[in-house]
Design a protein around this ligand. Structure first.
Ligand code: NDP
Length: 245
């Protein structure tokens, strides 16, 4: 059961912090060539330097996943630099959380743009490459919020339910040589909650964060999915803190 990750070219959106950054570190340490996308390029460049110092291969590329052409350019950069793309990880996400009655319509728009359109643009950019190569692996980061709805999270949950549907549709249509994995984290200790502008929800979320697990727990799940042989498609992994109900 040899490792199936060495030399694979893996594009990761949202690689400037949290789950994306930790996944880049772990995959690169296992021999993957990682292409890191996010808006904060300074952070990406620091991470590239860190990975290279440790003997790994990495490339930083600025991307706003709400811009279709930029996501295509990210994948094009990966192929230009490393010759192909084996895995696309649509990980970038935004979770402002607020009750619908707070009417934060701009935040709803942005949540949909990042969490749904960002995933679709990732699929649009990578799928033609996968088909041309005859193989590929699409990994979409959903959430426990793609399975359950809770107060204050209607829009965020809506976007993650959409990711579940899109990823399953992708799996059914992709054909026998292209894999589709949904990664659904529970509470993970990252910067995600820092975008909450609703004071009451921001206070409530502190209680949830007390049980958060490190981003490396999710990176390990992504590594597992990639490492399986080509005929094995890990369709979904749900990872929660043991203390999460
Ligand atoms: P972070 O806030 O630490 O990371 C989010 C990443 O997304 C950052 O790298 C950010 O980069 C990037 N991002 C946000 N908007 C854009 C954009 N428009 N274009 C490009 N990149 C963008 O949070 P997490 O690591 O926790 O989030 C990663 C994924 O995990 C998300 O999809 C999230 O929904 C999901 N998740 C997280 C959970 C948790 O408890 N933390 C639980 C369940 C799911 P930059 O700002 O530099 O562009």
């Amino acid at each position: 059961w040899e490792s199936k990750i060495e030399g694979k070219v893996v594009v990761i959106t949202g690689a400037s912090s949290g789950i994306g950054a930790e996944t880049a570190r772990l995959l690169a340490a296992h021999g993957a060539k990682v292409v890191l996308g996010a808006r904060r390029v300074d952070r990406l460049e620091k991470l590239v330097a860190e990975i290279q110092e440790a003997g790994g291969q990495a490339l930083a590329h600025a991307v706003d996943v709400t811009q279709r052409e930029q996501v295509k350019a990210l994948v094009d950069a990966a192929v230009e630099h490393f010759g192909r793309i084996d895995v696309m990880i649509n990980n970038a996400g935004y979770m402002p959380l607020s009750p619908l009655a707070a009417d934060k319509v701009d935040e709803w728009d942005r949540t949909i743009d990042v969490n749904i359109k960002g995933v679709l643009y990732g699929i649009s950019a990578a799928l033609p490459r996968f088909r041309a190569q005859g193989s590929g692996h699409m990994i979409n980061v959903s959430s426990v919020a793609g399975h359950l709805v809770f107060p204050g999270a209607a829009v965020y949950c809506g976007t993650k339910f959409a990711v579940q549907a899109i990823a399953e549709g992708f799996r059914q249509e992709a054909g026998p040589t292209i894999r589709s994995t949904i990664i659904s984290p529970g509470t993970v200790d990252t910067e995600l909650v820092s975008h909450i502008t609703d004071a009451q929800i921001a206070e409530q979320i502190k209680g949830y964060m007390a049980i958060a697990i490190p981003a490396e727990a999710i990176a390990q799940a992504i590594l597992y999915a990639i490492q399986q042989p080509p005929a094995v498609d890990v369709n979904e992994i749900l990872v929660r803190p043991t203390a999460q109900t």
